[in-house]
Structures are given as C-alpha cells and as structure tokens.
Write a protein that binds this ligand. Structure first.
Ligand code: SF4
Length: 248
C-alpha cells in the first residue's frame, strides 16, 4: 500500500513540499523539533492507515465534520491520507459486497486497522433497535473492535451517549466505552467534533504506532484536551501574579 510520500510524488509534488507538510504536521501534533525526522520517516515509509468506520445511532454529522476537515494534511484527507475500507455513508458498494469488504479488511489488517465508531450503542432487547446486515450493533462493534489497533469514539453520541441517550432514552443508548470496557477507547466528543482532532489522532498513531495518552475522560491529552482556554490565555500570567485592573 502507498505511503503518504509516494502519494505526494504521484501527484507531482516535490520533496520540499513533502518536508514542509511534514513539518506542519509535527507542529500541529505539538511534537518537539527533535521529533521531526521521526515524522518524516513515518510518512515516507509507513503505509496509509486502514480505517473501518462504523455508524450506529448517529446522524452522520461527525462524518460530515471529518470530511470537511481543514487539516494541514494534504487537501483531501479522506482520499489521500487514509485507506477507508468501510464506511456506510461514503463507500460505493452496498449490501453483501460492503460487508465482505469489511470482513476482508478485518482479516487482512488484523491488529493494525483503526476502528472509528460514530453514534451510540443500543444493547437493549439484544440490540434490536439498531441492526446492520442482520446483526445487532453490539455484535458488530465487538467483532470489529476485537482486532483493532486503535479505537476512536467520534462525537458526543459515541463518547457519552449523546442525543439518543437523552431522557427517556427509549433505545437504552450507551457510549462505546461502556461496551468495550477491556479496550482503550479514544473519546473525541463534540457535536460534531473538530475533524482536525480526529486527523491528529490518526496521524499520531501512524507516527508512534500506539494510541495517544488519554485524560480521565478518555480524551487525547495532546490534542485540544490537555489545556483549557484559560490555560492558554495571554493574560494568564497577570492572573497568576494576582495583578488585576483596579479601574477601567
Ligand atoms: Fe450527529 Fe452530533 Fe451524534 Fe455526531 S455527535 S452523530 S453530529 S448528533
């Protein structure tokens, strides 16, 4: 499978363009300058990440947010940077062929693929409220998560239960992490979430080969969730020093 660098070359970009993008990506990920060679090496040599994207009780708004990402990665994140093997909304095959593509991807990229889950789960009544291809959402999630290298719960529905979880919660909606208690699930909440955060988590997985460090709510610390706006305010040093304006 192609690496990002080979895609750049195929599209007529120079090595200088590639290095510029790599530098921007390293900055975006908050990596130190010493990590730059590692970023270049990963993008040069490692194949595109394989993504299987499942949708359950969702509105597809998270998908919309992701494909419209304004990331500094090459313009079309979806087609250029990742190999999207299964996505009900975006893929062209349907029915048997779609399910077969997913099954083949799970086998072929065992332990390496990235599972992105959009929407909440519904275990109530053996998952009868949400089924795809005759299988319950619970069964589909568990069989796909079993051999995933990285699991991302995208959006507030997948992270916390979201709108389907609101009272009276007729489908018994729950977040992804509640069904996968033995797995590390990266929560990227927001309705919809910031597409660039998803891209950053995927890019960091390609570079480091492991999931990002998470905070107490399962969110990636390095990208947007490690600091509050208060922490980053340029007036913060005055606040810390107790220097406040005493008059207008
Ligand atoms: Fe839609 Fe918001 Fe749920 Fe995403 S988090 S599926 S945008 S309702």
């Amino acid at each position: 499978m192609d690496s990002l660098y080979s895609i750049y070359k195929q599209r007529g970009y120079t090595r200088r363009d590639f290095l510029k993008s790599s530098l921007l990506l390293a900055t975006f990920l908050g990596l130190s300058p010493s990590a730059f060679p590692r970023v270049v090496e990963a993008l040069e040599l490692k194949p595109k990440p394989v993504v299987i994207w499942l949708e359950f009780q969702d509105c597809a708004g998270c998908t919309e947010s992701f494909v419209r990402s304004t990331s500094i990665l090459p313009s079309d994140v979806l087609l250029d940077y990742i190999s999207l093997e299964y996505h009900e909304t975006l893929m062209s095959p349907s029915g048997f062929y779609a399910e077969e593509a997913k099954r083949e991807a799970i086998e072929k990229y065992k332990g390496k693929y990235i599972l992105v889950v959009e929407g909440s789960l519904s275990p109530k009544g053996n998952g009868v409220c949400c089924t795809v291809s005759g299988k319950s959402n619970v069964e589909l999630l568990k069989e796909t998560a079993k051999n995933a290298g990285l699991i991302i719960a995208i959006g507030s529905c997948a992270s916390w239960g979201g709108i389907p979880h609101a009272e009276p919660n007729p489908t018994g909606a729950i977040p992804v992490s509640q069904l996968l208690e033995d797995k590390k699930v990266v929560n990227i909440p927001g309705c919809p979430p910031i597409g660039d955060v998803v891209v950053a988590v995927i890019a960091s997985y390609v570079i480091t080969g492991k999931p990002p460090e998470l905070d107490s709510m399962g969110r990636p610390k390095a990208f947007f969730y490690g600091q509050t706006i208060h922490d980053r305010c340029y007036r913060r040093p005055f606040y810390n020093a107790g220097r406040f304006a005493s008059s207008f």
